[in-house]
Design a protein around this ligand. Structure first.
Ligand SMILES: [Zn+2]
Length: 189
């Protein structure tokens, strides 16, 4: 049975599973315990993951989200190739933590840019998106398939929470995301 840190809240251990993963408990707890940002925790309380699965699946994407059901691929990390945030990780724990954070961003996105945010904040974010910047290559142009709002959002979110060194690539987007996250942190509990 997986241990589930209190802060993952609605994600109780019955919603977590691990299949054929080389992860030991220490690695798993380090990855789950990496989610400490108060804004992220608050957003997860509003829009919890429906399930979280750790599964080794070589060749599959590092992480996926399907309507709140998140799968983290625990197969060994691949060499950098698509210019996505998790490729900036220095350690394996940081790598899986950044994959998880990127998928969390997809799950909570509507809380920041949709129904949970003010219309003004939503419009401002869309304007930043349309300017064409990006903290990573993936944010700029998802795998050469074109620019998508959801990947721009997830990459900017991940950078603003965990990779401040990427700010220089898209200062306006980074600062806008930081302001949105700051508003979540500052809101009354
Ligand atoms: Zn994504």
């Amino acid at each position: 049975m997986l241990t589930c840190p209190d802060h993952m809240l609605a994600l109780d251990s019955s919603a977590m599973s691990r299949y054929g993963s080389p992860f030991d408990d220490q690695m798993l707890e380090a990855v789950l315990g990496s989610v400490t940002d108060e804004a992220v925790l608050r957003l997860l309380r509003r829009a919890p993951l429906k399930s979280l699965t750790f599964r080794s699946n070589p060749g599959a994407p590092p992480g996926t989200n399907d309507g709140g059901h998140v799968v983290i691929n625990t197969a060994p990390r691949l060499p950098p190739s698509i210019g996505i945030t998790h490729e900036y990780a220095q350690t394996d724990v940081a790598y899986y933590s950044l994959v998880l954070l990127h998928e969390i961003a997809h799950v909570v996105a509507n809380q920041l840019t949709g129904t949970g945010a003010s219309e003004a904040a939503h419009q401002a974010f869309l304007e930043v998106f349309q300017k064409g910047g990006g903290v990573t290559r993936y944010a700029l142009n998802r795998c050469g398939e074109g620019r998508t709002l959801s990947e721009y959002f997830a990459e900017t979110f991940t950078a603003a929470v965990a990779l401040p060194q990427l700010r220089a690539n898209d200062p306006e987007g980074f600062d806008h995301m930081s302001a949105l996250l700051g508003a979540v942190r500052d809101a009354p509990a």
